[in-house]
Design a protein around this ligand. Structure first.
Ligand code: HEC
Ligand code: HEC
Length: 376
């Protein structure tokens, strides 16, 4: 009898151990019934109010996805959990790494099995202030809609949502977390929509507002070096120059406090002979207008020193190359933005503009434990 009990105890131990792998918490060996079972535990989420410094714009509120402490926590887990990718082998965070302001350091993204994507991974920072759609071409209006696609994209995580949902429902950890965030009562209530809404809640909280620039200009707690000051005042922000004067004028499109107006523009990258010839049509594909071909969303330059290589296809390895591009003044393509004028800088001015761009780096973003992996 005693032996039977020991065997039984061992079997239970074994079974529960197979349902409880150390992070990431999911269960490949758990029985199918787990997909539809009642969930117990707390079910009322705690409202979360996003703290935004007064020098940043008001966040865009998504009425369909109110922020809660539990929702954000769940989203953070899903963002970092390889359970979301095929064979539980790829996470959002593989391409969006905190130490690189949530980019991946590559020109073109590399997904599961080393598959190469067609665009450069974007920085998942200050998305709360973007009203103009997500991705380089603004293809998705809502942040949570965006999160559906990396999971399914063959070149990214290459997974069926149905399989992700099976793993989440059978997990011995996620059902309680979904219940805490969204009040559901059965594991079968875990849906794609709830998963991506939780991820979007987490993404909304990733706010960067504590760069050297912010400390100098808004917090009055630091000073620019002479070089940074030159870069800021006489190169980056200058807008009112007499017509015909050539000037970097980066602030036309990358103005403070967001450092990117999120509008779709052609910043003169490609020398095409007709608007139909862009290899990546960008916003044109989304709007359906030929005149929008080759336009991409003007991204923020906050943390730009951390997010090389640059542009939608990562064509420039360094900020020096970026400046050389703008200085050359585009290619005269008919939908190029009129603020792409070309200019020339002496070496001192060039260094000053670079020093200013580096002042936009926010170390408190890359070190903030609220945004780091919950599994480490
Ligand atoms: C293989 C690398 C890769 C993976 C994995 C990946 N992303 Fe991305 N991410 C990208 C690329 C590339 C873009 C730009 C896509 C485009 O413009 O077509 C992007 C864009 C984004 C954006 C848009 C940001 C903006 O400013 O518009 C968000 C948000 C985002 N990803 C979130 C996620 C989430 C959430 C996941 C996991 C579910 C994820 N990503 C997985 C590479 C990746
Ligand atoms: C006419 C508007 C406009 C002006 C002026 C402008 N930019 Fe841009 N910038 C854009 C757009 C649009 C993009 C995205 C283009 C793409 O990837 O296809 C961009 C992209 C960038 C990027 C790459 C961002 C990333 O995440 O990869 C950097 C760096 C940059 N700009 C710096 C500058 C600097 C420095 C200046 C001034 C010398 C400047 N820009 C002037 C519109 C502009």
């Amino acid at each position: 009898m005693q032996r039977v009990l020991i065997i039984l105890a061992l079997a239970i131990l074994f079974l529960s151990a197979s349902c409880e792998p150390d992070p990431p918490p999911h269960c490949d060996g758990c029985p199918e019934e787990f997909e539809d079972r009642p969930i117990t535990g707390p079910a009322s989420a705690t409202a979360y109010s996003l703290e935004v410094p007064d020098y940043l714009p008001s966040p865009v509120v998504d009425e369909t996805n109110p922020l809660t402490v539990e929702g954000i926590d769940l989203g953070r887990r899903l963002f970092y959990d390889k359970i979301m990718g095929r064979d539980s082998a790829f996470a959002c965070a593989d391409c969006h790494q905190q130490d690189k302001a949530f980019t991946d350091g590559r020109a073109l993204a590399v997904g599961i099995d080393g598959r190469q994507g067609t665009r450069s991974a974007m920085s998942i920072v200050n998305l709360a202030f973007n009203p103009n759609g997500f991705n380089w071409d603004g293809a998705f209006d809502e942040l949570w809609e965006q999160a559906v696609h990396p999971v399914e994209n063959m070149l990214e995580m290459d997974e069926d949502w149905d399989d992700v949902l099976i793993r989440l429902r059978r997990s011995d950890d996620y059902p309680e977390r979904f219940r805490a965030a969204f009040g559901i009562s059965r594991t079968s209530d875990i849906t794609q929509e709830l998963a991506v809404k939780a991820i979007a809640q987490f993404e909304m909280t990733i706010i960067s507002a504590d760069s050297h620039f912010d400390r100098v200009v808004y917090q009055n707690s630091a000073f620019f070096t002479e070089e940074e000051q030159l870069g800021a005042d006489s190169l980056f922000f200058v807008e009112d120059v007499p017509i015909g004067t050539l000037h970097p004028g980066c602030g036309h499109c990358h103005n403070k406090p967001s450092f990117g107006d999120n509008r779709f523009k052609n910043n003169g990258l490609d020398a095409v002979s007709s608007l139909d010839d862009f290899s990546d049509k960008g916003f044109g594909e989304v709007s359906g207008s030929r005149f929008d071909n080759g336009k991409f969303r003007t991204p923020t330059l906050r943390n730009i020193a951390l997010t090389a290589p640059y542009m939608h296809d990562g064509r420039f390895a360094t900020l020096e190359e970026v400046l050389d591009h703008y200085a050359a003044g585009g290619h005269g393509v008919e939908n190029e933005d009129p603020n792409i004028t070309g200019f020339s800088l002496n070496d001192r001015e060039k260094q000053a503009l670079l020093a200013f761009l580096r002042s936009l780096t926010d170390e408190s973003l890359t070190e903030n434990s609220q945004f780091s992996s919950p599994f480490e």
